[in-house]
Ligand binder design. Structure first.
Ligand code: UD1
Length: 422
């Protein structure tokens, strides 16, 4: 396990480019299993989660290769092989192959993906939707077995706009007989990217980005070239990095509209933000102002940015209240931030953060991807050195985060634990 040593106190300045979106490429890779054709994906992020998804797809018989930031997928040889616990547990998003494999082969067996560090993450909404499409589902011995001899269109109303359930159902409905309507669908930009990819393959999907998505089933799909949208969470993390270090940074290669919920909160905290077509400039104020926020499905404030913004609020002027409404267990970074001198009280799903003038470096642990990012941000602002263990979590979703920040003036060192014998 690698660790980061972050020397705090450097002001970040300059330009930083954002990679393709993790949460767009993972469902799109899963969707590429729908066709016997080829997919060429541009602007892919080279991150751990993508490489694990590649393993899942190769296990199923897909040919996947990566050159620079382009991925080539040939799904001709794919077979609906049983996927065991070992692969399914490595990556929560592996559950997205259920919709595509079921649609193409009408039969699948996969190990239950299980929970993760931020919450229990059940699959009931996915299963209810697939059942409405005519799938017989059995859950036993830790496996989900699903069979759909007559996969057909249906009207589905999701109890909650789950991102994964919306994506799985879009994929399952693509090759089903007839029309499917998904109401109360997730509206995240990554859902729109999936729709664009599917339609590029020859699917007939409409409405992504709105409450209701309509899919008219087609018999067969072809090949496609598609560019992955920029990662709005990576971009949001960089906005906070500039704000927390008193910096002046231009965040490039993004779609500023996708960042609006984050930009709005930062502006409220008195961070100066200028929007351009495909970039945003952030200029930090002397000290940010405390703000309250609650995580919500898109276009609300993203749960994937909650830990990072909280890191900033630990040194804000005043007291902030943060409510987490998406995941029940997404506050593990609080204990770590407290080690660095933050004053945070947790009352159920609500954190009360009393801003302190400075944080101080400490030994901390990344407990999940975004918690890890929050600790890097806190470390950049802290006095002295912060040592962050379990950097692998950060590598799951950020491409060379330390190199990107070092190019802006940060001082982050990656240390390989095994090499140092510790
Ligand atoms: C996706 C994102 C993740 C983000 C999350 C919420 C990917 C690969 N991951 O995860 O980064 O944090 O959206 O924006 O895109 N739920 C149920 N039953 C279900 C499905 C979900 O109760 O069948 C609940 C979950 O437990 C959670 C909430 O719904 O509390 C949101 O989950 P969901 O939107 O499905 O998130 P993911 O697709 O897993």
């Amino acid at each position: 396990m690698d660790k980061f040593i972050v020397m705090g106190g450097a002001r970040l300045t300059g330009e930083i480019s954002v990679s393709g979106a993790k949460n767009a490429i993972l469902p799109i890779m899963a969707a590429s299993l729908l066709t016997a054709g080829k997919s060429t994906l541009f602007n892919i992020p080279i991150i751990k989660d993508v490489l694990v998804m590649q393993k899942v797809m190769e296990y199923l018989g897909a040919k996947v290769s990566i050159t620079g930031n382009v991925m080539y997928i040939d799904s001709d040889g794919v077979e609906p092989r049983e996927i065991g616990e070992n692969l399914m547990r490595q990556l929560r998003a592996s559950n997205l192959v259920i919709g595509s494999l079921l649609s193409r082969f009408r039969k699948i067996k996969v190990a239950f993906p299980g929970g993760c560090n931020i919450g229990s993450r059940p699959m009931d909404l996915h299963m209810k939707g697939l059942a409405a499409l005519g799938t017989k589902i059995t859950e036993r011995y830790g496996f989900i077995e699903a069979e759909a001899t007559n996969l057909h269109g249906a009207e589905i109303h999701l109890d909650f706009p789950s991102v994964g359930a919306t994506e799985n159902l879009m994929m399952a409905a693509t090759l089903a007989e007839g029309t499917t309507i998904i109401r109360n669908a997730a509206k995240e930009p990554e859902i729109v990217d999936l729709q664009n990819y599917l339609n590029g393959l020859g699917a007939r999907v409409k409405g992504a980005g709105l409450d209701t998505i309509k899919i008219e089933g087609v018999k067969k799909l072809g090949s496609v070239e598609h560019t992955i949208i920029p990662d709005r969470i990576e971009a949001g993390t960089h906005l906070v990095a500039a704000a927390i270090t008193g910096g002046d940074v231009l965040v490039t290669d993004i779609i500023p509209d996708h960042l609006e919920p984050v930009i709005a909160k930062l502006k409220e905290a008195e961070v100066k933000i200028t929007r351009y077509n495909e970039s945003v400039r952030v200029v930090a104020p002397g000290r940010v102002k405390a703000v309250d926020f609650k995580t919500m499905p898109y276009p609300g404030f993203p749960t994937d940015m909650q830990p990072q913004l909280m890191a900033l609020l630990t040194i804000a002027d005043g007291t902030s209240v943060v409510a987490e409404s998406i995941f029940e267990n997404r506050f593990k970074h609080i204990d770590e931030l407290r080690r660095m001198g933050a004053s945070i009280k947790l009352e159920g799903k609500v954190a009360i953060i009393k801003g302190v003038p400075t944080l101080s470096g400490a030994f901390v642990e990344a407990t999940d991807l975004r918690a890890g990012a929050a600790l890097v941000l806190a470390g950049l602002a802290a006095e002295d050195a912060t040592v962050i263990e379990n950097v692998e979590y950060i590598d799951r979703g950020y491409e060379r985060l330390e190199s990107k920040y070092n190019a802006l003036g940060a001082r982050i060192m990656r240390v390989n634990n095994s090499r140092n014998g510790s």
